[in-house]
Design a protein around this ligand. Structure first.
Ligand code: BTN
Length: 223
């Protein structure tokens, strides 16, 4: 089972950063780093990730058994860990009630045989800053009363299952939770209607010019 050994920090710069240092020093597959609070939490595409102390699951796993569909499998696992109908907004934000509940950041050194899977999940946050109020949510705000320890345990069980599943099953589960299917999507150079994901995890969009495939990491969706 993943999650051992475990290092817990009351405060860390970033659990991903700590897990990367452990991975580079030879930590085994499944090593878990958690924190109550981060001073330099990282999000995708160079963004920051912030959460009030003790209000979120902040976790990073060292993985040495690498698979192509890791970010997709992680998003499905987060959804399945929740006692609610969560959806996935491409590439791997987990949504409840069309607001972001959890974010996933995979960082890796495939040539060195490891990746770090970082997950931030809002559990007890009661209020978000004005600019996030319509965009973010927490389990507490959705009426789900679980502690961060409960959520972490549920997450580890779900990850244990989904990180082993074949890619076709991961894709099917991901597609069943696709929040953008049939929805209008916009990015810097275009817009269209979400048409699912291909086997590489690229977002398919029907545009006036035809179907395009958007790669995570290259495209920032505006909507
Ligand atoms: C995103 O949605 O942009 C990804 C957010 C990932 C945040 C988590 S919190 C735990 C781990 N440590 C980090 O510095 N980032 C990830």
């Amino acid at each position: 089972m993943i999650g051992l050994p475990r290092v817990h920090h009351r405060i860390a710069d970033s659990t991903n950063e700590r897990a990367r240092a452990l991975a580079a020093a030879g930590a085994p597959h499944g090593t878990l780093v958690t924190a109550d609070e981060q001073t330099a939490g990282r999000g995708r595409q160079g963004r920051a990730w912030a959460a009030p102390a003790g209000s979120a699951v902040l976790m990073s796993l060292v993985l040495r058994d690498l698979r192509d569909a890791l970010p997709l499998a992680a998003a499905v696992a987060v959804c399945e860990a929740l006692p609610a109908e969560a959806k996935i907004k491409w590439p791997n934000d987990v949504w409840l009630d069309r607001r972001k509940l959890a974010g996933i950041l995979v960082e890796g050194r495939p040539q060195e045989g490891w990746a770090v899977l970082g997950i931030g999940l809002n559990v007890g946050t009661e209020e978000f800053p004005d600019e996030l109020r319509d965009l973010a949510t927490s389990l507490r705000l959705e009426g789900i009363d679980l502690s961060t320890a409960d959520v972490l345990e549920r997450l580890l069980h779900a990850l244990d299952r989904w990180l082993e599943r074949p890619t076709n099953e991961v894709l099917a589960a991901w597609r069943a939770r696709d929040a953008l299917l049939g929805e209008e999507v916009r990015w810097a150079n275009g817009s269209g209607v979400g048409a699912g994901v291909d086997e590489t995890g690229a977002l398919l969009v029907e545009t006036a010019e035809g179907r395009v495939a958007l790669q995570a990491g290259e495209i920032h969706l505006l909507r």
